[in-house]
Design a protein around this ligand. Sequence first.
Ligand SMILES: [Zn+2]
Ligand SMILES: [Zn+2]
Length: 336
Amino acid sequence: MRAAVIREPQKALVMEDRPKPKPGPGQVVIKIKACGVCHSDLFVQQHAFGFEQYPVVPGHEVAGVVDEVGPGVNWPSVGDRVGMPWLYSACGHCKYCVSGNEILCREGQVTGVTTDGGYAEYMLAPAAFVAPIPEALDFADAAPLMCAGLTVYNGLRNAKYAVGQKVAVIGMGGLGHLAILFAKAMAGRVAVISTSSDKEKEARAMGAEKFINAKQEDVVEALRGWDGGPDIILATAPNVASMTKAFPGLAADGTMVVLGADAGAIQVTPMDLIGGRRKLLGSPSGGRSDIRATLEFAAAHGVKPVITKFPLEKANEVLESMHKGTLRNRAVLMME
Ligand SMILES: [Zn+2]
Ligand SMILES: [Zn+2]
């Protein structure tokens, strides 16, 4: 099988011809149809997480079908449509796992980071951790939901989003555009904060009622001018300066959810936190119940990511254009 491999940090992907994996007890082999390209894949290439295990096949937005099941697997079955998100496995017995918060497990394995992921024709996965893909979603559309979709949907849930609230989305990349679509599908009001004015048309077409050009407008003033400010800011762009700038624009009791990983520090003043009882919240991906909820919600409400398809062989080019910031929409690698 073909696989795109990061053999060591800071190096380009290498296309390898590998033997198709054999499932061990409790494992399945997924025949991969599509794999989304996440900004985190760049981090894996750069060794930015620090816990990567090289060589590694990156990719944690996997969609495909079960090709083979190992001994002792009674679900899923060969032919089932399944995906693999960020969380590859968790210990199952720590206090986070037993309370339904397995995404916080300290012994969790990460797809495409600590173990081989989806930039390949086949991958191994623990049967218990694959996510069933609803019929209404095709593979290419389901793939970006495995990380980008899950992250924004769960970010809204972790911020205790309530129907009709105002949601400001910073950035309109892979996560940002899905944040708009999910918030709209959840009956929210949406504003977009972006540095590129050419995104306005697209943002409005997706349902944003307000577009704030961060280069031309005072972001705080613009946010407060939106009926007192957003109840939730989803900070999807990996840019701490934009988060720092927007935070004081939150409505009282509002929450900024940090989703985009950047290396610097966010600055907030105690007064902005205390006076308006505002919250700054981090939200990682999600566990098994979260990915199922995300996929079911997307299928039921027609949430469809805006994607550009590339063959697996173009993985290096895609990562490079993502690094340069020239990639539009969500890139999805197609295996055939
Ligand atoms: Zn991701
Ligand atoms: Zn655990």
